[in-house]
Ligand binder design. Structure first.
Ligand SMILES: Cc1cc2nc3c(=O)[nH]c(=O)nc-3n(C[C@H](O)[C@H](O)[C@H](O)COP(=O)(O)OP(=O)(O)OC[C@H]3O[C@@H](n4cnc5c(N)ncnc54)[C@H](O)[C@@H]3O)c2cc1C
Ligand SMILES: Cc1ncc(C[n+]2csc(CCOP(=O)(O)OP(=O)(O)O)c2C)c(N)n1
Ligand SMILES: [Mg+2]
Length: 568
């Protein structure tokens, strides 16, 4: 039976298991929108196409499924660029569908024509321009296969208007995608499991560096088995958080620029780093010339291009992590490594210096208090979606995540404006979970229009604005490295409670620690969207901090015992 290209699009999406898409209509995608009404797909009308991509991204990160965003040509498509780049940098599988002008008009500067495949070439895993109805279904199937295979990532499918309106016959069996399995081929120079095992068994001070790849590979159980069997402590990247329960005794916490001091010191003292599904980002290594000089290194990554890219390693293994660890487990020798574990415990003593949540209430509301209370009051069970800045780092430090995919955050691109839309996607993916947005007063103002989307969808979503009156993370850099010259970082905002009211949302402002608990509990009980404006200390900083490019062990520490502020 002949169907239109537009129908083939939705039929293909339904066959991929898609039930929800995030989008915004317009001329070049109108035939697709018209056909959509005939299919069991829930369309979420966003308020800006950037929001659609972050929603698809949050949906994918929270669930492990592919998220889908859809927009029209020209400005609709270009509004997606930031969200696509965000997904690319963090290996998130999303499929973005854009309408394009008719194929005969391409290259004529037609109304709302942009070369979106050209624009997104460097920020997609792959992209396609579809100009014929019969190519729609096979391309969509392949797009999904590409997005989720190997190292996941965003794929864009640009479909001309005539490809949507044209008719075609689809042989669904024939459009099964056939991707080449390059990762199965071993190349000369590849490290072997035996080499890795020998290094682990011989090490006296080994450390696992666990990254986002742990969750992407589904290796949560294997990595704990490895750590427990060989008695190896674990450090996590920001995106690795949740891959190993925070409460596991071998889990030391986050590494890197704002990681735990003892973790960074342990990395510098280790004699073996076992890097699993992480890519040695510069926020993680600091100065490469002084990074872990005492350590031999094993690196497992499904993307061969990551191996020996930033850090030269002794054993490089291009494989899916779960299978790689499973291969090692039987041959690992149990070794208590008492000396190393007690050295790490000794280093842990350092934590008290910045553990400000245990200090008595001195009348100031610190963001760390707010996050720590949020963790306590939600029993650590919420899915927390953060924006980018100081609040993001405090979340990583003070909310203890015990389950995979419970922290959703933009790491590689560091996209302000990510949190609210990504949280909408996460909530739609996991309607039974409690979802909290943790967002700065700056980033919230970038995409707060999506409040209307959350309300229109009737979502039960909680928003915690960490309102410090500054673009805090940039202010912190100005304080430390630019003589406190606060160029363009003081920021005002609307009365967020009144704004909430305008959207029909429950809202409250809090400026005392004693009021945090009641506000959080009220928000949790409230059905629908709730917003709390936490007016926190304005000039607090995130500690410890490894200045960009500095040696990992040379951290700026919190002035003891607590920050001094203008008000003191
Ligand atoms: C303000 C700010 C501050 C930051 N500070 C820090 C910090 O202090 N500490 C920190 O850690 N980060 C920090 N980050 C985040 C940092 O920029 C990086 O995003 C993060 O370190 C990347 O973590 P990752 O390498 O685990 O994840 P990704 O970048 O997602 O890399 C995952 C790796 O896993 C691989 N992989 C995927 N699937 C598989 C599989 N099946 N098997 C094997 N491998 C697989 C991929 O190929 C990739 O190489 C900060 C970000 C911001 C915005
Ligand atoms: C889209 C975008 N623009 C600029 C930046 C640079 N930047 C990183 S953190 C930050 C400040 C964020 O301020 P706010 O949202 O108030 O969070 P805070 O740091 O105060 O917690 C800025 C401007 C960015 N990461 N993303
Ligand atoms: Mg701020």
């Amino acid at each position: 039976m002949a169907i239109t290209g537009a129908q083939a699009l939705w039929e293909a999406l339904v066959r991929e298991g898609v039930t929800v898409v995030f989008g915004y209509p317009g001329g070049a995608i109108l035939p697709a929108y018209d056909a959509m009404l005939g299919y069991p797909i829930h369309h979420v009308l966003v308020r800006h196409e950037q929001g659609a991509t972050h929603m698809a991204d949050g949906y994918a990160r929270a669930s492990g499924r592919v998220g889908v965003a859809i927009a029209t040509s020209g400005p609709g498509a270009t509004n997606m660029v930031t969200g696509i780049a965000t997904a690319m940098l963090d290996s998130v599988p999303i499929v973005c569908i854009t309408g394009q002008v008719g194929s005969k008009l391409i290259g004529s500067d037609a109304f709302q024509e942009t070369d979106i495949t050209g624009i997104t070439l460097p920020i997609t895993k792959h992209n396609y321009l579809v100009t014929r109805a019969e190519d729609v279904a096979p391309t969509i199937r392949e797009a999904f296969a590409v997005a989720k295979s190997g190292r996941p990532g965003p794929v864009l499918v640009d479909i001309t208007k005539d490809a949507q309106t044209g008719s075609c016959e689809v042989d669904w069996d024939a459009c099964e995608p056939h991707l080449t399995e390059a990762m199965d081929d071993e190349l000369p120079g590849d490290g072997t499991a035996d080499e890795a095992i020998a290094l682990i068994n011989a090490a006296e001070r080994p450390l696992i560096l666990a990254g986002h790849g742990v969750m992407l590979s589904g290796a949560e159980r294997e990595i704990v088995a490895l750590a427990e069997k060989a008695h190896v402590p674990i450090a996590m990247t920001l995106l690795g958080i949740g891959g190993v329960p925070a409460h596991h005794p071998l889990n030391l916490g986050m590494m890197g620029m704002h990681g735990e001091a003892w973790v960074n010191t342990a990395i510098q003292e280790a004699d073996l780093l076992i890097a699993l599904g992480m890519r040695f980002d510069d926020r993680v290594t600091g100065n490469l010339r002084t990074y872990a000089l005492n350590a031999k290194k094993i690196h497992v990554d499904i993307d061969r291009a990551e191996l020996n890219k930033n850090v030269r390693v002794d054993v490089a293994i291009a494989k899916d992590l779960r299978g790689a660890i499973a291969e090692w487990l039987p041959k690992l020798v149990a070794n208590p490594r008492q000396g190393w574990l007690s050295r790490i415990n000794e280093l842990k003593g350092d934590s008290a210096v910045r553990d400000i949540q245990n200090l008595p209430d001195n009348g100031h509301l610190y963001a760390a208090h707010v996050i720590n209370d949020l963790w306590r009051l939600t029993d650590g069970n919420a899915v927390v979606v953060t924006d980018v800045g100081q609040h993001q780092m405090w979340e990583a430090q003070y909310y203890k995540h015990d389950t995979p995919r419970s922290l959703v955050t933009s790491g590689g691109l560091g996209t302000m404006g990510f949190a609210l839309p990504a949280a909408i996607g996460a909530k739609m993916a996991c309607p039974d979970k409690e979802v909290w947005v943790v967002v700065g007063d700056g980033g919230f103002q970038m995409t707060m229009c999506e409040l209307a989307t959350a309300v229109q969808e009737g979502l039960d979503l909680n928003i915690c604005i960490v309102n410090n009156g500054f673009l805090g993370m940039v202010r912190q850099w100005q304080e430390f490295f630019y003589d406190k010259r606060y160029a363009a970082t003081p920021i005002t905002g609307p009365d967020f409670v009144k704004l909430a009211e305008a959207f029909g949302i429950w809202g409250r402002a809090v400026d005392r620690r004693a009021d945090v608990e009641n506000a959080v509990n009220t928000a949790r009980r409230h059905r629908g969207v709730s917003l709390i404006d936490f007016r926190v200390e304005q000039e607090d900083s995130v500690y410890p901090m490894v200045p960009a490019g500095a040696d990992l062990h040379k951290m700026i520490r919190r002035p003891s015992p607590i920050v001094e502020t203008a008000a003191d």
